[in-house]
Design a binder for this molecule. Structure first.
Ligand code: TAP
Length: 471
């Protein structure tokens, strides 16, 4: 049993102002795996005061000093990767290979990227007699979700640190362990007191206290659209900057060529990764009508091949994060059946032999883009295949959504792949599996604003000052 009852404030592990706790449930077993403290607005006030005090010195540190600290964090992070992977497995149910591999690797990747970017980042830009200086915003509130715990925390913390900001992290109640370990890593690496603070607790208490706080200058939020809207409203009275990374309903366009079956299999397997709990998941698979039979066969084979089970074993897919999330997904599967989508793999209920734990069957429907299962984010292992007539039609379907986070295009004709990708209205598009830690990540439309990852991620945490007549 884990007991993570202290918060990290002003360089110390401290008790909450008013003791209140919550149990954390292991989604694979439904058993209690540990206890965390739930903070209050009084804890936020303490952390904000510490971050404000630390800002005056941290914001003045040199590039070399910040690089030294990030290097020390990297060494500590490397020592504790196994522990981090174990925690992620336990808190949100990612299978061992994924938790210890990509989950922990994403955090390490953002740290390495922050170091690489910081080495050359132009904080000062001369334009004739004018100097444009990029300066840290100040005290930042970082509010993160449970689905990729290390990705979500590290993609905010390291750019914020590298640009000279101080911060308060509010991790999700559903995945608090890895964030606690990350705070220990930062502490061990020697982050100066008050520069990084971490308070566990509920979003409606800690998140709201940060968003409305007079002395917090910026909120970076990743999570659901309704909470993003609420944070914008809460932050409005203090005119603080708000960065939002929200949901998606991303299209995966497979072009009509000999590799279609392989692309469909890859897209289906990708959708089931992390139990479909990925904001950028390619949850609408667009294939040519003329090749639908082939696509269905490939998708069914790929979905049926996904092993589901105990995260500690060799299964490719673990449970979804919670009972509530399980129920939401079951409701969507029922909705798909009710609205006449054709179920070709998976379906309602748990996979055979799994009576405990929030396990969902890898599910594939064939449907149309007007169906609820094609319009709303399910955040579970549910894929909808939609047929298109020609490439123009594929682009039209892909863009016919309120979201605009990610997109995928697979095909052998690179000119055509590029042309299709350019017509898609989303912030991040992977062509034939492309991936890059330095590429900006963020959404068009209701998927959010701002961009994280790489040097664009630095700009999220910078004010711009024009110094006229400087030269
Ligand atoms: P949310 O319910 O939005 O929670 C995200 C975080 O916000 C949690 O830490 C939560 O605290 C906190 N929060 C809740 N209410 C708040 C409030 N009123 N003010 C401030 N903070 C508040 O999302 P989730 O269920 O964790 O994640 C699933 C959703 O996030 C999906 O829609 C998914 O698409 C989206 N998501 C998007 C991305 C990107 S990169 N665009 C990445 C991951 C997830 P608690 O501890 O109380 O939950």
């Amino acid at each position: 049993m884990r007991e993570y009852l202290k918060f990290y404030i002003d360089g110390q592990w401290v008790d909450p102002v008013s003791p209140k706790t919550a149990e954390v449930i292991n989604p694979a077993t439904e058993a209690v795996s540990g206890t965390i403290s739930l903070g209050s607005a009084a804890d936020v006030d303490k952390a904000v005061a510490a971050a404000r005090k630390a800002f005056s010195s941290w914001s003045q540190t040199t590039r070399a000093q910040r690089l030294d600290l990030l290097g020390a964090i990297q060494a500590e992070y490397a020592k504790r990767q196994t522990e981090l992977g174990d925690a992620i497995m336990e808190e949100m149910g990612a299978p061992s290979s994924l938790a210890h591999g990509f989950h922990v690797g994403l955090g390490a990747g953002h740290l390495q990227t922050a170091i690489e970017v910081l080495k050359d980042f132009q904080f000062d830009e001369a334009r004739g007699a004018t100097l444009i200086a990029k300066e840290p915003i100040g005290v930042c509130g970082l509010i993160t979700p449970w689905n990729w715990p290390m990705n979500q925390t590290c993609v905010k913390i390291f750019p914020a640190l590298a640009t000279g900001n101080t911060m308060i992290l509010k991790p999700p109640q559903l995945a608090p362990y890895s964030a606690h370990i990350l705070a220990e890593i930062l502490d061990a690496a020697g982050v100066p007191a008050g520069v990084f603070n971490m308070i566990q607790g509920s979003g409606s208490v800690i998140g709201t206290a940060l968003s409305t706080h007079e002395d917090v200058d910026m909120i970076s939020f990743t999570g659901s659209e309704p909470v993003g809207v609420q944070i914008q409203k809460d932050a409005a009275t203090t005119i603080k900057r708000v960065g939002l990374e929200l949901g998606g309903k991303s299209a995966f366009i497979v072009l009509d060529d000999p590799a279609l079956a392989d692309s469909v299999a890859g897209a289906t397997g990708g959708m089931m990764g992390n139990s479909g709990q990925t904001c950028s998941a390619g949850s609408r698979l667009l294939v040519p009508h003329a090749r639908m039979d082939e696509a269905i066969a490939a998708a069914k084979a790929a979905a049926d091949a996904v092993t589901v089970g105990d995260p500690k074993g060799n299964a490719a897919m673990g449970p979804v994060v919670s009972k509530a999330q399980y129920n939401v997904i079951q409701d969507y599967i029922q909705k798909g059946l009710d609205e006449g989508a054709t179920l070709i793999a998976g379906g309602l209920g748990r996979p055979d032999g799994l009576d405990k734990g929030w396990f969902v069957k890898p599910t594939v429907f064939v449907g149309t883009n007007d169906m609820v299962i094609a319009r709303e984010e399910i955040f579970g292992p549910v894929l909808v295949i939609i047929g298109y007539d020609d490439v123009d039609h594929a682009v039209e379907i892909a863009n016919d959504t309120n979201f605009g986070l990610a997109g995928y295009v697979n095909g052998q004709d690179l000119d055509q792949v590029r042309a299709v990708a350019r017509r898609m209205r989303t912030g991040w598009i992977s062509m034939n599996g492309g991936f890059d830690f330095h590429a900006p990540f963020g959404g068009y439309k209701r998927s959010g604003n701002g961009r994280e990852w790489g040097d664009y991620g630095f700009h999220e945490y910078l004010e711009i000052k024009s110094l006229l007549g400087y030269a």
